[in-house]
Design a protein around this ligand. Sequence first.
Ligand code: PEP
Ligand code: MG
Length: 727
Amino acid sequence: MSADDLKKLVKEFKALTKKHLKQDFPENPWEQLMGGVGAVFASWNGKRAIEYRRIENIPDEWGTAVNVQAMVFGNMGDDSCTGVAFTRNPGNGENKFYGEYLVNAQGEDVVAGIRTPAPINQYSKNDQSKHLVTLEKFMPEQYKELDDIQQRLEKHYKDMQDIEFTIEKGKLYMLQCRVGKRNGVSAVKMAADMYKEGQIDGETAIMRVGPNQLVELLLPMFDPAIEKTHKVIAKGLPAGPGGAVGRVVFSSEEAVEWASKGEKVILVREETSPEDVDGMHKSEAILTTKGGMTSHAALVARGWGKCCIVGCSEISIHEKEKYFLTKDGKKVKGGDYISLNGTKGTVYEGSLPLIDVDLNKNQSYKQLMTLVDKYKTMGVRTNADTPKDVEQATYFGAEGVGLFRTEHMFYGEGSDKPLFLLRKMIMSDTESERKTALDELFTFVKRDIKATLEVMKGNAVTIRLLDPPLHEFVPHDKAKLQELSKELGVSMSILNRRILALHENNPMLGHRGVRLGVSYPEITEMQVRAIFEAAAELQLEGVKAFPEIMIPVTCGRHELTHQKVIVDRVYEETVEKLKVKKIPYMFGTMIEIPRAALKADSMAMVADFFSFGTNDLTQMSFGFSRDDIGGFLPKYLDLKLLSGDPFVSIDQSGVGELIKIGVERGRKTKPNLKVGICGEHGGDAESVKFCHSIGMNYVSCSPFRVPIARLAAAQAAIEDKKYVKTT
Ligand code: PEP
Ligand code: MG
């Protein structure tokens, strides 16, 4: 712009100031400065700042600061320039000076992206900038000075710095430096490298990586630069992290069929149920319009490390016509490609490119996790139900199984026969009919339990007895019903009547958990026998096994005693039958009903361990249905009636208080009571830290969250030590 242009512009701005502020633009420089300071403070309440805080979980009350400093000019001609640089590459963590600069420009020009900046050195060249002259070549002396300074800055701050500089008429000025933002991959590499270089100690290295950043190392992700250029067509709750691309299908059957032909699919449904498990497994990702972070879809997907978005109420599904509509009226048909970012909860049209990662090849990760294991004092186990999942979790560092959900053997691949037998058992009318069905089922239950115990080689495996209400296993399709009626030798109408009798108004609060074992002791007996026989057989085969029998959904000691009588009897029978001296095991309970937490002193008289089922405990403390929270949670968050989803991170002041009471009262009765957590919170970093603070022995989480929990546990131990040191 010429001087005349600037004069014109100044006039226009002055007029605008007058119009909006009803006063003249101040001529006094001090007044101008204070106006500038005020504008920076006011920017705290700008739309973008508010949005950024929401995403980054930064409290509104923190406020911002203003630095006042002398101005230098990078736009004083071709002997001036300005740039932004990092002491290490923030994209991959490499220990290489990385940055960009613009000749004859202001800092704002670099940030705004109106001109393509040039690389500061050979290393910083990319496809767009490879033909441009580097600062190193353009101003070698100043580059050398800048390089010296950046090395000193990093050494001083002991962390990667993001620096801004200006060269005014050949003289270098440093404008600012701050700790540079980095992605998960770089965070791990920088922490491990700086530890190796002797810049930081082990504790600092561990504290440098955000536990959730580890997720980026474990799952395929979208290329962030490309993702930025695509429009979000819908947003939901980020239930299973990572990126996924596939063609839209609307039913589990379709997913299975398409996947068998080698198609990558994304299952889009209002919600999922156990009957969808096969299709969910075969899908790249799952997108549901209903449900919260511990809804069926979310829980199952997370267990598999699968990308998943739930509660995406911005789309409406027209299942019969095979399309869905976005809130902008965009029609996405079955078979169309979509891309899901399960870390952010965003949906895109078309297929975005994914970047793959192999943890085994990541030396920095391995080095960091070796350090982590030195510091953490709490155990980390996994929630897993198949030998494959257990192996996966062991690879991620799990030290045991904290929750083996028995019912999972009735879902998904290879479940046809056991599921059929379970259904036969459910539909039985008399105890003897049920016993016959249970006898047949026993072989399958034992086989599955044995396989998991075997993989764990003597590390604890907490096996939870059947939990869900029986009606969940009742078939819905006619062919399966007919098969069942034939097998049982009863008419369809009798079968339908029995199904009707299983109906409950509130199944979550109904005939589930220990209540099944009280009504049908033979169900408990069959499972316990399977556990003991599996463990004893392994022992005879020379393989160590340590099962922990866990009773779910209990609310008092008497239920536990009732079940313990069965356990004790079956134990004696098995020892006798298999001629073993002893079968090492433990007997315990889940604490997932508020009353159980309050009555923990009494529960601990019978239980040798507690495992807090914080999914149900949260549901029953808040009275929020874990499957329907998606319907009202967004509004609660918007209005700040809740600071976060209590199914994701433990509500420490409410539910957490119950957990604390449970631990304290339980240990009053039994000082050595083993205490853990197996709700979804076991993989949430903040919740893991909470569990450490109240003295839990271990946390248990889905296989893919094991590294997160390990890192969080180490950080909690370090923070704990620091606290003790300074007070
Ligand atoms: C829980 O309630 O926290 C739990 C682990 O059990 P489930 O999720 O199977 O009800
Ligand atoms: Mg539960």
